[in-house]
Design a protein around this ligand. Sequence first.
Ligand code: GDP
Length: 202
Amino acid sequence: MLVKSASFIISNSQVSKCPKSKLPEYAFIGRSNVGKSSLINALCNCKNLAKTSSRPGKTQLINHFLINENWHLVDLPGFGYARVSKTQKKVFQKFITNYFKERIQLVTAFLLIDIRHEPQPIDLNFMQWLGKNSIPFSIIFTKADKLKAEAIDRNIANYSGKLLETWQTLPPKFVTSSVNRCGVEDVLAYIDFLNQSLKSSL
Ligand code: GDP
């Protein structure tokens, strides 16, 4: 899919204030510093659409972007950042869970995982929660440029093995880098495929 236009629509902390339009929506979420803003910018071919920050945990709102006038990309707050207070964490958790439970426009979530890291309980628990709530998701491994091909394969096999301890089937997965753009087109093609499937099912 060619991204011809991408524009910021609204930021807010309440799902009730998200855009009313019925456009299909794709949410991006992951631990702070996972490379979410960089990947969103790479997907949209924009340098500064999503705000990359040297201070993790800065983007703490639900951010809607309109892509090609026909779907929404949603940048959700990064989670698991230690410097955020417990009370603040609870508030984020609440509005993120509300978003997932209530946002009927959501087609699928993309959970971003740094390809260099061992599976983390916070991500595994979040996937369990998505599964329990029947929310479709894919995994996007980020920062693939930081590893050699063999290490990428090894880490993905390790991650898949961990997931297969509790899941019967694995979610779709993408291996990406915002630096060399590997996998970026694959994520866009998947979104395009889902958008087309939605159209033909109407
Ligand atoms: P966010 O907090 O998840 O939005 O993460 P950012 O996009 O702000 O990225 C966090 C840090 O990781 C920044 O220093 C980025 O330059 C770096 N980074 C993000 N994506 C990549 C990538 O694909 N490859 C490499 N090598 N670094 C990346």
